[in-house]
Structures are given as C-alpha cells and as structure tokens.
Unconditional design. Sequence first.
Lengths: 532, 318
Amino acid sequence: MLYFSRWKIYLILATCIAGFILMLPNFMGRDTLAALPSWYANTRVSLGLDLRGGSHLLLEVDMATVIRDRVEGLVDGARQQLRTANVGYTALNAGERAVTVQLRDPAQAEEAVKALRQLSSPVGRTALGGGQPDLDVTVNGGTVTVALSEVALRDRATQAIEQSIEIVRRRIDETGVNEPTIARQGNDRILVQLPGVEDPDRIKRLLGTTAKMTFRLVDVNADPSSGRAPPGSEILPSTEGDRYQSKYVIRKKVEVDGATLQNASAGTNPQTGEWVVNFEFNTAGANRFAEVTKQNVGRPFAIVLDNKVISAPVIREPITGGRGQISGNFTAANANDLAVLLRAGALPAPLKVIEERTVGPDLGADSIRAGLTAVVVGFVMVCVYMIASYGLFGAFACSALFVNLVLTLAALSLLHATLTLPGIAGVLLSLGLAVDANILINERIREETKKGRGVFASMEAGFSRAYSTIVDSNLTTAIKMALLFVFGTGTIKGFAVTITFGILISMFTATVLVRLMMVTWLRRTRPAVLPV
Amino acid sequence: MFHLRLVPDNTKIPFMNGRIAGLVVSAILSIASIVLFFHPGLNYGIDFRGGIVIEARTPQAADFASLRHTLSGLGMGQVALQEFGSPQDVLIRLERQPGDDAAQQAAADKVRNTLAQSIPGTQVRRVEAVGASVSGELFANGMLALGLAMLAMLVYIWFRFEWQFGFGAVVTLILDITKIVGFYAITDIQFNLTAVAAILTVMGYSVNDKVVVYDRMRENLRIYKKMPLRDLIDMSINETLNRTVGTSVCTLLSIIPLALFGGEALQDFGIVLIFGVILATSSSVFIAAPILLFLGENRLRRGSPDAASAGNTPATTP
C-alpha cells in the first residue's frame, strides 16, 4: 500500500489541480466570467432559492374539473348521436365519470350502443399503432352507460398537466422572471421556482386564473334577478369592473371561443382615456366573429372570462376586421394582466397553489454569510484539533480536508447541483466525518508502532487495517443520504447531496492523498520513529 | 513532540460492569421520551402540520403587543409571535387555516398586506404556506425515509457481520431515535423536514460508530479465540476509545459552529446534532455492546466457557 507508481502520482495531482480549476468560476466576478468560454464559466454551483432569494410554488391541477368537462362534453355528444340515430330516450344524466342514457324502447339498445360508440376515440396510441378506445359502452336492460375508461382518465390527466405546464411557462415568461424552473411533479402537480421574486402575488394571481374566454349572446328576454334561467341559458355574475348590471342571463352556446385569439395587448381608449384590452382573432376566429356580429346587430354580446361577464356591449355594426376591444373599468395593471392571460391561452383546468415558500434576497445573503462563517470556523477548529492530536500527520489530514472541500465544490459545480442552506450544513458535517478516516488510520498506526513494529510496517498495517472499517462506515452514511435524496424534498435534498459527495470524496482525499503525502515524507526524511 | 490525548493510552475500563445500568438508564430515558411524544407531544412545524410562517423585519424594534393585537384582529385563529434573532425580526406563525390548500395562500397574502399597512417599511423576509395535502405527504415521506433507512442498516450490518451485530445495532438505533424524539419534545424545537434530516444524520453517525467498534470486536474474536466475550468486548471498546472520542470531538467541532453562527435556520439543526452525536457515542459503549454480550455469550464463539477462561493470549500472530 505504500508504493505509488509515477503515473498514479501524476493522476492524483492532476485530479486535485483539475478540481481546483473547476471550482474557480464560483468565485469569479461577472466580468471575468464573461471573458471565459461558456462551458467553463458555467461550471458553477447554482444557489437554491433559500440562498439567492425567490419564490417556490407548488401548483395542483384540478383533475376533477378536467374529468367533469370531458363528461359534460360527452353529454352533448351523446344527445347529438342519439338524435341522428333516431333513438328515443327518457333521461340523459352525467355522473362522476360516466353518462347514463335511459332508453324509451329497450329494443333500441343495440342501435344506441352503436351510435354512442362513435363518440369514442383511441387513446394511448404509440408509434406502433394500436391504442384503446377511451369509452366503455355497456348495456343493462334499458340503460346504456358510457363510461370513461381507466386509460382515458390517465391519458386525459397527462394531457391536462402537459398543457398546463405549457401555459404556465408562457404566462411566467410574459412576466419577465429570469431563469424560472417549471417542472411536473407527480401526477397532478407542477413545481414552479422563481429566483429573485420577492412577492409572488401577481404571479399567483396570473396562475390562479383559468382565463377561459368566450363570446356569447345575452338572453335579453329573461330577467337576471328572477334567479332562474331558461333552458340553454345560465345566470352569470359580472366582474366588479362592470358598472351596469351585477348579473346577466347568458346563453350557454359559445359563439366565438377565446382559443381563436391571436394577440392581445393593453392600451388606452383615445376618447375616454380608459384602460382597455385590444384583441385580435386568427382567421377562423375573425370569420366567425364577423358572422355572429353581422347576424346580431343591435343585441348585447357578452365577453365572459371564467364564468364572469367582463362586459356586454351592444353590437352596433358588424365587426369584420377580426379586431376588438374589451373595456371593463380596468386599471393599467389588470388590463396588462388580462392581456398576458389572453396571449398565453387558457388553462385546461383551474390551478391551485398548495405550497408557497418565499425567501427575500437579503435573508438569502444573510444565510450565505452565516453558512460560510460556520464552515470556516468549523474547518479551523477541526484542523486545530487534528494538528494538536497528530502533529505532522494531522497537518496532512488538514490539507487533505481542504482538498476535499475544493473537490466537493468542483463536483457540485460540474453537475450544476443546487447548493441550499441545509447543503452548507452537509458540507460542515462532512468535514467532521471525513477526518474520521484519518483518525482511524493514525490511531491504527500508533497501535502498530506500540506493538514494536518498524516505521514502514506500522504504516502499511495501519492503512490496510483501517481501510475496511472506513469503507464500512462511509457506506452506511451514503445509504442514508441516498434515501434522504429520494424521499426528501426541496432544500433537504441539498443536504443529502453535499454530504454524499463530501464522504465519497473523503475516501480519496483521506486515504489516497494522505497516504501519498505520508509516503513522500517518509522517503524524504527516513525517520526512525513515526510522529503519532 | 507533545500530542493532545483526550484519552490516555492502554485504558482498561471495565465497561461491561455497567451493562445492566446502561441498559436500564437507556430504557427509562426511551420510555420517558415515548411518554413525552404523546404528552405534551412534538412541536410540529408547518412542513408536517400545514399552516403559515412569515418572517418580517420591522424598521424599529418590533412592538409585539400591538402587532399581536393587529394580527389577532384578522380572525385567523391563533397567531404566535416570536422574536427571531434580533428585536427587529419577528416570526409570525399561524395555524392551518380551515378550508382547502388555497385558503393558506389567501391567509398568507392577508397577513403580508396587513403588515405592510400597519407598520410601514416592514420587510417580509420569508413566507411559507403549506396546505394539508402537501404536509400530509411530506410527513408520510419523511417517516418512510426513516423506516427504510432503518431497514437498510439492518440488512447492511447483517450482511457484513453476524446477525447478533445487526440486531444489536438496530435495537440501539431505535433507542437512540426515541431519545432524539424525546429531545424534540423537551426542547420544543420544531419537528419538520429538517428534523427528519437531523435524525437520519444521527442514525448514520450512530451506525458508523457501531460499525467501528463491532469491526474491532470481530477482529479480536478471530485473534483471541479463547478470551471470554465480556473481556473481549471491554478490550475492543478500550482499544477503539481514542478513535471514538477523537471522531466525536471532530464531528462536534464541525457542528458547534452550525449552532453558533449558522443563523436561526440552522441553529436548531446544529443543537439536535450535538445532542445526537453525544447520544450515539455513548450508546455504542453502553447499549450496543451489552446487547451483543447478552446475545452472543454462547453463540459468537465455539468452545466452553471453562476452556475460554484458560487463556487469553493471542492464538495467532498476524
């Protein structure tokens, strides 16, 4: 164990030097970094939100709404299919995830099934083809049930979350936050990390709005204060911005869908100076809008956002240019927000913020300072103890400990790992655990020396005996940290990462590097007794 | 050359004389901890209980009385205020709000706005709001991690040593963990995700320590084939005592700065680790070793006790 071949020595030194070079960008200023090649300038540890300040939001997609929307769509589809097939029914009900049809004549069951099957479309299709129908149609006497299959539900959920992530990304990009992280978590959650955002209020509001915009006709014959809407219509409240009425009776039929919007921007009305939102349809939307406005001149046309009426102006003349304006007593801020929402598109289902953790930037800076102080003090104290206890060999252990710090930082930089406040605690703790290996070795060498062995023999025995113990004890720690990494969340993961790296790297620094130092010293000075 | 030795060389402390006392004291402490766990119980943090924590810095020293009055007026249940590091820093804690997860967010925003109005210039430094579903999952995950860690340790030590060692280590670990939980109950330190990390770290340290002592026992079992197990365990502990104390001191030296300078956030973590390291070091000697002695008296070695007492010289010279 005491012989090092020349190339091995070079390799060990090269590793240390490479580690030192790789961790340097962490301490460079912005200007220096700009002058370096990007691959090198980018090998830096990224700071967690708890250290750099920012906001962490966990959003949940309301899957119940996603499924309910699909079932409601099925009801409409079933009604149409049955009418085309001339199948009479006495009742058509929407359940939680199925639609039941009560047939007037049970003999028509087969026709009904055939007609309803047409609603089905394959899901879970792969490149190889295949796929399964998304609906299970079953008959029980005079009752036909159309149920969403398990595959369909899963498929729907996946679609909804992927779509939501896309919309969330677009909305956040509009707000100009730097380097946001938007990631799927589990089946129905989205993790959003916004560095530098101190008050996520506006973003929470933006994300909490579905922004489903529709243009629908107002049912002028019904009285909104009666509390009951005629079939095919519904009573909707108006937003606070609307000065005329608090409730409207709106037809359920969507004349023009907000999905056909191409652009939206906030602006002011040149005549009144009011804030408005200007919008622009794509071709299909523009045609549809022109058609509807042509047919309904003189009638009020409601702009509905998330089941609230923003305004219901009367159509004075057909609008054929595909452009329009929404006025609803806006302020500059909420006109801008609405424009952002319309540009980014509607969410497939409402999103709920279920967890928020926000740290201000100066608290983050305080934490970094506190963490660094603790690391420096810890390092010095451990070194003082080691040198006091083991003299020269203790000093070797300390220099190895320093290299351990450097290499840990280099490894984290290479992997672009995130350093969190618990991560700093991990670095500190691994200092104590890393010298354990040196203590084991030194104590062992001491014991062997006392047994009367020679200098080289004691050292040889000390290293080889201590080695299996070191591997054992470090592996147990690594197992723990792996579990913590898998089950822990957020900042705690950072703790597991730094401590694991610290310990794995200590296997190199505390045994290989220290051994190299001891052997070199031994060959140079040829001492008669070991200084342990 | 002078070298610091915290423990003199060649100690012959008869640790196993205190085996019964060690186990009894440990059992009493663990039982007391379990009682404390149920009553008064742990101070669960928002990670596990849900709720809202807001850290604010007021321009002057905070007026707690008026702040408490203002915030209680919001009708959001009990509001706990706490000085946090300096007289200007206030930690505001609210119970989990009735209603769904979104209710937490709404309440957090309300407090934030109220603070901005009632004490102009107040800086909100940190906001955490966790709903019931998230906190439930975090708790389940934390407990799962602890359980799996325990299992992994058992399997690992079983694999590397005889089963008596694995059993001894895991029983000791369970006793250690109950005492840490008791420590949380007594000190009223918040029990949250960081606490799970702290417990896992202490578990890691504890196993680490046991492995080193066990390793030496195993080695001595091979060398001194006839020495009575009790003497052999004592000898092994004495031989590794310098290492045990040295490593504990080094680890403590690296954690103490955490408790002193780590800022409010890391302070609790540091304090629990200090307790844990001391606990784990003593449990190696006073609990893990006696358990091994009881379990392994007749199993870990062949040959009768009579023959064993005949000689305790090395059987082989390596």
